[in-house]
Design a protein around this ligand. Sequence first.
Ligand code: C2E
Ligand code: MG
Ligand code: MG
Ligand code: MG
Length: 292
Amino acid sequence: EAKSNGKNQYQLFNEKMRLRLTARIRLEQDLKIALQDEQFEVYYQPKINIHTRQCTGAEALVRWRHPVNGFVSPDAFVPVCEETGLIIELGAWILRTACIKTRELQEQGYPGLNVAVNISAVQFTDGGLLPMVVRALEESGLASELLELEITESAVMHDPEEVILSLHELSEHGMKLAIDDFGTGYSSLAYLKRFPVNTLKIDRAFITDISSDNDDVAIVEAVLGLGKHFNMKVVAEGVEDEEQLNFLKAQGCDIAQGYFISKPLSSEQYNHWLERWPYGVQSGSVIRMPEL
Ligand code: C2E
Ligand code: MG
Ligand code: MG
Ligand code: MG
């Protein structure tokens, strides 16, 4: 009896695996179609200078509207794009779209806004990152100083020596570099002094309970101390209320991003938000015409 039971279990397991595999193959096919059919959209989540509350720019976040299943979270499809290599093409499209949008905003009266774009580890090791970024800047006419590339701490640590080389190349071209989700990976702090990084983004996990959790306070203070020492800006992610914002301000944090300021917005909504944001928008004069 135990034997037949085991057999059933095995068949059940097999069936589960088969379904999972089918779903995965379907998802990969849908993603390829999505790229052709332009089902992706870039959303923008505003960031503010904590002291003046002026908007400094936005983080570009990809969105997928599946024709049948509706909205799919990037956490559910970005990893699949990374595994299949589709992220190379999708990532290039996201970057180009974000650069063009930011260049358009300059012409609409917001010359000082920057844009931060997430870059996957796969894009870093692919070898074609620098030419791809340079092309996006040339096509859009956006100044390299207004583009920030975000890489997660774990992506950096995947192959630190290789990534350090890549970061130096990008930084020599004027792009800004940020370490995303800082504190959640396991970077050896010794590497920090070798990274030509401009910004540390404190992960949302440490901000959520900052008003009540002493451990989180200590972590945030430590990251702010590192930022100060290495002359890096510190961005707090996931700021959801005024208490958190005030706390971060008192601690000397530079920039905040989160639902308290705004959720990620469609391109059109971002314009509307900028028009209405009562504290204004960071000014700047770095407009550069595309080289013809
Ligand atoms: P991330 O780069 O750390 O982006 C921040 C995430 O936190 C976004 O989720 C954003 O919507 C969310 N968020 C911002 N403020 C708040 C808040 O106050 N409360 C809460 N609960 N959440 C907040 P999203 O857009 O779902 O993206 C998730 C992750 O997917 C990103 O984390 C990033 O790792 C990846 N991702 C998103 N867009 C792209 C992209 O264009 N390229 C690549 N390679 N990865 C992307
Ligand atoms: Mg990010
Ligand atoms: Mg993050
Ligand atoms: Mg994240």
